[in-house]
Structures are given as C-alpha cells and as structure tokens.
Ligand binder design. Sequence first.
Ligand SMILES: [Zn+2]
Length: 202
Amino acid sequence: MGAAALLVTALMLPGILGAAAALGSWAGAGAGGTHTAGGTHTAGGSFAQGAPTAADGVIAGGSVSVFDDTLPAVTKLDPALLAAVRTAARAAGPDIRFVVNSGWRSPKLQEQMLQDAIAQYGSRTEAEKWVATPDASEHVKGEAIDIGPWAADDWLSRHGAAYGLCQIYANEGWHFELRPKAKTQGCPAMYADPSHDPRLTG
Ligand SMILES: [Zn+2]
C-alpha cells in the first residue's frame, strides 16, 4: 500500500482513539521509503501488518447506523445483541437516531486502541480503566456495542432493560451489552469502570 493510500485511510479514521496520530507517523515512515510490507516498524509491532481497516471493525467516519448490513463492525456483532439494539432503535421512534460508534473489533484493532490509550493516559493501569486487552474485550467477542449519540444513550439508559440492553460501566454511558434477565429483573449494578470488571481483570 502506498503512502498516499495510507494517508487517505488515516483521514477516514477520526473516531478511533488516537489512530490518526499513530497512522500519521506510520504513513510518514512509508513516505520516507523505509517501511516495507511485513516489516516491524513500530515498537509495539501492532502496525507490522498495516493499519487496521474496516475488516478489523474500523468505522470510517466514526459512526454508522445500527441498521448497516455491510460493515464488519456491525455484522460481526452477536446476532442477539444486534437484534435487541435494532428493536430498541425502532421502539425509540424516528426522532432518536441510533448509531454504532464502535461494535465488533478484531484483536488487532483492540490492541491498537489499548496502545493509544496507554500513550494518552500515561500508564497501562490507567488505560485499562477505559480500554480492555484483546483477550478480554467484550467488543472483540462481538458482545458489546458503543451507541451514540447522547439522545440514544439517554433513551437506552431509561428503556434499554426492557430489551435486555444494559449499561455496564458507570463511566461509559455509551457501552451496552445484552443481559436477557434484565427484561424481568432490571439491569445489574454497574461497575465503576472496566478495571472493576472481573471478566477483564480476573
Ligand atoms: Zn464499549
């Protein structure tokens, strides 16, 4: 892939945490002619095979309708989770748009996000309050969806339990997972942040 194509790709990824900066430096190296396909340019090696693409769950432009049927970020979600989100979106009515800001992610995309978060927050401990490891992430399993905009999150926080959709982390008002029992029992208590979730830390 040429540097020009990489730059175009970078410009299409504003929604991914720090991706533009990371890709920018990578593309710059390509422009200088020092990068070769399959090389190990970055210290972490996460870009050794090229930047994450739509096939890794990247959503060009940052968001896409929950009814999209083409992007792996949407189509590789757990079918039951996606069906619940779409049912809720229809129930919310035409005045509240539901979009996916992040859905299914490949391990490669998750690792990039974790590395970017470590760079942003200064430590792995702090970063893991916001971004799970590829092994643990519910996004990588296809069992979590980040919904926007705020009006949709607000609607789901009030009505989502009826569809089995629950906010899991108090610090992530956009992150929803399927909890079928919520339909009759309500949503479980939230974790303060992902670092308190035994699925991610245990
Ligand atoms: Zn999430």
